[in-house]
Design a protein around this ligand. Structure first.
Ligand SMILES: [Zn+2]
Length: 321
């Protein structure tokens, strides 16, 4: 195997796909453990909706969702680890703390959205950190599941940038990213995080959830509508200005909900398809039965979709025996 960044021998073991310091807040949360490896084509995303019916996966197996052997060479691994550690110390461990507020510039735009810029930390390292995670996440998913989440050309531009930043001309390497516009969101009030996931359905922007940050990556021309919303905090590495990180919880939750909705919709579609395969009835017939059952459940029961699926699955599976 070749290193996904520099193409030398990928001799590093235990490489983090998403840095441990970013996802530690997600580990152990009820909807998180399996959401690392959300496979939207699979009804097993019901893991997201609750744990009652989870297959028991061992901690070792979970580890594998974000740690990999033979994906990087040791040199790239060491370089990434160094920047990850710096980001954790200078940003993650400080941006929510009142006593470190002098380390950041915080401005509020006309719509009340708070934007933060690290003062004592090279902004270019923030870019490198985030793009390196996007790249590793996509390449790892592509190798393992065949889902790259980004177009091949876009991934190659990011690779050339990462390689150039580490081993070539840092400034020149930025040119590979000139068509990428990045919106970076963290939640300043909560450490709950979101998911470790993306979906092929997210195109312009690509959306990445790395537990703590939610990243929107626009390509080339930003649609006018998006420019109206994000105009104040779009980051382009080739534009000479401070990096802007949105930290409002409301903003964060709005983008968190995109994935939640996506998962819920995908879950229901897959569940109905599975039931159709099981009982030979049409999709519409099964959907009708599913929705009728939904009405019998408390509307606030966040796990009702899973419960109903299990109920119907058992009903028709018994018939099958
Ligand atoms: Zn390498």
């Amino acid at each position: 195997m070749r290193c996904i960044i520099c193409e030398n021998d990928a001799n590093a073991t235990g490489s983090h796909i998403v840095p441990a310091s970013l996802i530690q807040n997600c580990v152990g949360k009820h909807y998180k453990e399996e959401s690392y490896s959300i496979d939207a084509k699979d009804v097993e995303i019901n893991a997201y909706f609750g744990r009652d019916n989870l297959k028991n996966t061992s901690p070792e197996i979970k580890e594998n969702h974000y740690k990999e052997d033979n994906i990087l060479c040791q040199k790239c691994e060491d370089n990434l680890a160094k920047i990850e550690s710096e980001f954790s110390t200078n940003f993650l461990q400080k941006f929510r703390e009142e006593r470190f507020k002098q380390n950041f510039t915080i401005t509020t735009n006309g719509h009340g959205v708070e934007v933060l810029t690290p003062r004592n930390f090279d902004n270019k390292k923030v870019y490198f950190y985030l793009y390196s995670i996007i790249y590793r996440f996509c390449m790892n998913s592509g190798r393992k599941e065949g889902e790259f989440f980004m177009e091949e050309d876009d991934l190659e531009y990011i690779r050339l940038y990462l390689q150039g930043y580490l081993y070539g001309d840092k400034l020149k390497s930025e040119d590979y990213l000139k068509d990428f516009n990045l919106v970076i969101t963290f939640d300043k009030a909560n450490t709950n995080g979101s998911f470790v996931a993306s979906a092929n359905q997210f195109t312009n922007p690509y959306i990445f959830y790395f537990c703590e940050p939610i990243l929107l990556l626009f390509k080339e021309e930003i649609p006018t509508e998006a420019r109206n919303i994000f105009g104040d905090y779009i980051n382009n590495i080739t534009v000479d200005q401070d990096i802007k990180i949105v930290i409002n919880s409301e903003f964060y939750n709005a983008y968190r909900n995109i994935m939640t909705t996506y998962l819920a919709e995908t879950f229901i579609t897959n569940a109905i398809n599975n039931l159709s395969n099981l009982n030979g009835k049409s999709y519409d017939e099964n959907l009708l039965e599913f929705n009728t059952e939904m009405e019998n459940f408390d509307k606030d029961d966040s796990e009702k979709a899973t419960r109903i699926y299990n109920l119907l699955y058992q009903k028709y599976n018994i018939n099958n025996v």
